[in-house]
Each structure stands twice: as C-alpha cells, then as structure tokens.
Ligand binder design. Structure first.
Ligand code: SUG
Length: 415
C-alpha cells in the first residue's frame, strides 16, 4: 500500500556552525558557536521515535563522508586553506534531506513510477558537493522497479529539492497537484530555486502539465529570511498551510489551486496575526504537516514555535477551531534549528510502499535504539569551529560514520 514515508537525515558527526548560508538568519546568527554533534543526532533520532509512535513509517538517509577531501582537491584547496573553505568541506548539511531531492509519487507520473530527482544545490558552496553521495544513496534505497531516480539539473539553475515543492491530493495514493515554488531574488539574499530547474524536474518526472503549477515565492519572504519555501508554507493531503506573504501572487495561485482541486483547504496565516519575522524566527511553517492513521492532520512543529507568544496563541486557536489541523506536537531539534533546519528540513517525503524500499533505509524503534548507542559512543560531543582542520577530529568523524554504516549493514556499499 502506498504510504508517505519520511526519510530523515541522520545528523552527521561533523555537525558545526559555519555561518555558511547567506539569507539563512539562524546560520548567520550562530556562526562559530560551539556545536554538539552527538546531542544533535540524538535529537534527530528522538524526533523519528516520536513520529513512529504516531504511527508514521520512518526511513533514514546517511551522513556523507566529511571532510570531502576529493572535492577540496578539485578546487586546488585543502583543510589548511583560508576560511571558509574548510567549513565548506566539513558541513553536515546533508542532514537536511528536504533538500536531497524532489519526489513525485507514482499516481502523478506518466509511467506510474515514483520519480526522484537529486537536487544540485549549486547556490551554496558547502551544499554544492552533496549530490553525488545523495544520488548513490537514493539509487540504493530506491533500486526497486517502482522507482526512477534522476541525476541533477545542470548548473547554473539552482535546485534545492522538496523544500520548494508541495503536493496536494485527496490521499497519498491518488493523483494530486504538484506545486513548484521558485524565487527570483530577495533583496541582498539569493534565490536558491530557479524556475528553469523546476520545469526540468517536472518534465523528467513526466508530470501532467495540467496538474502542475509553477509559483513564484514572494521577494519579501526571501528578503526576510525564507531561503526555502518550506520556511513559509507546507502542504499535506488537501491542506495548504501558508503565511499570507509567502507567494508573489497569492490570489492567482489560490485561484488556480481551487480550480484544479475544489476540495482544497487553504489555511492562510495573516501577517496581522503572525508577522513574517515571527514566522521565520519560530519556524512555524517548517513543521511536518502529516495525516495520522486516524485520518486527522497534525502539525509536528519545533519547540521554538511554542516559545514565540504570537505563534503559540495562533496555534492554540488553530487546533481549537474547525479547521483540518487537529493537533500540534512540539519536538526538540534545537541543534539543527540553530543552523536554520527545522523538523520539515530534516525529512524527505516519499510516497511508496515501505516494502519496496531497501530495508536498511527503514527504521523501527529497536533500530533507533541501536543507532543511539552507536552515536552515543562515537559522535564527537562538541566541535569548535576553530578546530575544523584537526586531523584527530577527522579520524573520529570517519570512525563514527563507519560504525553507523556497520550498524545498518551498509558498510560494504560504495557510499
Ligand atoms: O541550506 N543550513 C541549511 C538549512 C537547510 C534547511 N532546509 C530547508 N529549509 N528545507 C541551508 O541553509 C547552514 C550551515 C552552516 O552555516 O554551517 C546550512 O547549510
């Protein structure tokens, strides 16, 4: 049976705060702070456990080898090069798997397969070298005949994957409407998702042009720190949950959506209730909007959303009202949040039959227990950005990753 599976990125042992993402306010604010990779990874596992207990199937994607010495060499650089080059090679950014790929479920595609296109992430140097390893993982996890895995869209067209893609459908297993959100610019901040890349992905996936929308993100949203659409909007089932200032032309977007999907429920948060600044600081929209086995929808939001009074009040009213979102759950992913990655950034949604996925990429609570042991024993407790070039740290990171792959029976794979 087709189900939505969330593939969370395991936070890698090199997790650190490099201040690398222009336009991502949390990344800039926490630049050079001490990071806690072990705590970060354990927070991620607890989020997965939380969601398993809600009855949601759960998968994982793996940290990449770091530092990426081959990539550094291709730049004629090394870990001794001037900042920020070593941080580019050390980033644990593959943890944010909402940027791993764009996924079109089988009911939406011409050949009836689930299509995945790895994101090129070309805008940010530290993310631009993620795709080769991500592609290897996707080809392994989704090797079954029901999947088609595509390589990246060529540069210079930036593609940041599912973070800028939404799907609305009566149920996961029925044909839906796919929405690609692109940017032009955001004042001083770059647009990381280009329209050309969206069109390429939609074409490769064989989507029905009649049921595919290309929507421009509001410039003011990018300028306020919404470097991906999933910082200001999220969709699930028939519900679109979005900030009033998320899109450049909301009236025409909503009208097109209502024409294609008359049952759609648009839950728009007015700027007068929650300002764009509060939405971005709290990551209210970077929540996982999920349909529970009961059929009700719930929002799995970061604990930071509870700490901002306007957001907390809004959420209380939202679930008390008559709308489709019936509950909120708060999860602690603070280490990731400090780099601008909330609950929704940490997961890639794939609609598939879990039995068709390589089981080494699926988890249950027992497996999470084993992973927590490995992480507790091998992940660095802290990383200080002044010591990113330390060879002893690199050895520890390599050993930690090797232990993880072994625990997952993936040590023999070319990953
Ligand atoms: O690409 N942060 C990530 C956060 C990604 C969030 N993903 C989604 N919204 N889906 C980014 O900006 C910061 C790394 C650093 O500064 O060390 C970073 O890459």
């Amino acid at each position: 049976m087709l189900q939505e599976i969330n593939f969370d990125g395991i936070v890698g042992p090199s997790h650190n705060y490099g201040g690398l993402s222009l336009g991502n306010l949390a990344s800039a604010k926490n630049a050079n702070h001490t990071s806690y990779p072990r705590a970060a990874a354990l927070q991620g596992l607890e989020k997965m456990r939380h969601n398993l207990r809600l009855g949601l199937p759960q998968g994982i994607l793996l940290p990449h080898p770091r530092p990426d010495l081959a990539w550094l060499e291709s730049l004629g650089a090394s870990m001794e090069s001037a900042a920020p080059i070593p941080a580019w090679a050390m980033s644990a950014s593959p943890m944010w798997t909402a940027n791993a790929a764009t996924v079109s479920p089988a009911p939406d595609t011409r050949d009836g397969k689930c299509h995945l296109s790895v994101a090129n992430l070309v805008t940010m140097p530290h993310r631009s070298h993620e795709w080769p390893n991500t592609l290897k993982q996707l080809r392994l996890a989704f090797a079954g005949p029901g999947f088609a895995v595509h390589g990246p869209v060529p540069a210079p067209f930036g593609d940041e994957g599912a973070a800028n893609h939404m799907r609305l459908a009566p149920s996961h297993g029925e044909a839906g409407v796919e929405i690609f959100v692109y940017g032009r610019s955001g004042g001083a901040f770059p647009a990381r998702q280009h329209r050309m890349a969206c069109e390429a992905v939609a074409a490769h996936h064989g989507l029905d042009p009649e049921r595919t929308l290309f929507v421009e993100q509001a410039e003011e949203a990018i300028a306020a720190g919404a470097f991906h659409n999933d910082v200001v909007a999220v969709a699930d089932g028939l519900t679109l949950f979005a900030h009033e200032q998320a899109f450049a032309d909301r009236a025409s977007f909503y009208a097109q959506l209502e024409r294609l999907l008359p049952e759609v429920r648009i839950v728009e948060v007015p700027a007068a209730r929650v300002s764009l600044a509060d939405a971005i600081a709290s990551y209210l929209f970077n929540a996982q909007l999920v349909t529970l086995p009961s059929g009700e929808q719930a929002l799995i939001a970061p604990s930071e959303a509870h700490a901002v009074p306007a957001v907390r009040d809004y959420l209380e009213e939202l679930v008390a009202g008559n709308g489709p979102i019936r509950a909120t759950h708060f999860v602690d992913v603070r280490q990731s949040m400090a780099n601008g990655g909330g609950p929704a950034c940490l997961r890639l949604r794939v609609v598939a039959d879990p039995a068709e996925v390589d089981p080494r990429f699926m988890v249950d609570e027992n497996k999470l227990d084993r992973l927590a042991q490995v992480i507790g024993a091998t992940w660095p407790e802290t990383i200080d950005s002044a010591h990113l070039a330390d060879p002893a740290l690199h050895e520890q990171i390599a050993a930690a990753r090797a232990a993880l792959l072994e625990a997952l029976a993936l040590q023999g794979e070319d990953l």
